[in-house]
Design a protein around this ligand. Structure first.
Ligand SMILES: Cc1cc2nc3c(=O)[nH]c(=O)nc-3n(C[C@H](O)[C@H](O)[C@H](O)COP(=O)(O)O)c2cc1C
Length: 198
């Protein structure tokens, strides 16, 4: 059984365009590849919170030496990083907020990037541990053109995914949506439906 982890990162629910596009892709991946999906919704999931003294210091403390407070604080990161490491493929639905990813997605990434789980330090520097996985990254923007100097989403997502060992990345760009939302959404939905899945 191949597992697909979908990560939504728009605070909007009903009117979110990245969610609409992720729905189309998720359905295609489930029907055509046979993935079983799980889901994290970074703004609505009680596990996803900013780090604090206890959670971050727990990252650097062996489990048997962690205080009760550290153990409690690092629980969410333990669950989320193990879940992320066990998935075969990912859909990231990524709205651009102020030229970058949303704060909720950054908080989630800070919880799943864990030494010994998603990356390790080798003689040659950091090395990703999550090899052989596939990531689909759907980016929506209002007015900013992706691929320009002010796009801090595409490069960041590539760097982060590569850092944890994921190099097979398919970007689905839905940018400058405010110029003609209906037309662009339909174009991108067609693009998703025409994707050749491996
Ligand atoms: C707080 C905020 C910041 C935004 N910043 C940008 C931005 O820097 N560039 C841009 O093109 N669009 C920006 N937008 C527009 C969103 O990227 C656009 O509405 C996108 O569709 C949001 O994704 P969603 O529909 O899934 O919620 C911003 C929207 C909000 C609410």
């Amino acid at each position: 059984m191949k597992t697909l982890l979908r990560i939504d990162s728009s605070p909007r629910k009903k009117s979110s365009l990245s969610r609409q596009l992720a729905d189309v892709l998720q359905e295609k991946l489930e029907t055509e590849v046979g993935y079983t999906s799980t889901h994290r919704d970074v703004y609505y999931d009680e596990l996803i919170k900013l780090g604090n003294e206890d959670s971050i210091s727990a990252y650097f403390t062996p489990e048997e030496q962690q205080s009760t407070a550290q153990k409690e604080a690092v629980k969410a990161s333990n669950i989320l990083s193990a879940e992320f490491a066990s998935a075969d493929a990912f859909i990231f639905a990524v709205p651009m907020y102020n030229f970058s990813i949303t704060a909720g997605l950054k908080a989630y990434i800070d919880l799943i990037a864990r030494s010994g789980i998603s990356f390790t330090y080798s003689e040659n520097g950091p090395e990703g541990l999550l090899k052989g996985k596939k990531a689909y990254v759907i980016i929506t923007t209002g007015g900013t053109k992706l691929g320009t100097d002010v796009d801090y989403v595409s490069g960041y997502m590539t760097t982060f995914l590569n850092f944890v060992g994921i190099t097979d990345i398919e970007f689905i760009n839905s940018d400058q949506i405010m110029t003609d939302a209906k037309k662009i959404l339909n174009q991108v939905k067609t693009e998703i439906n025409e994707l050749i899945l491996k």
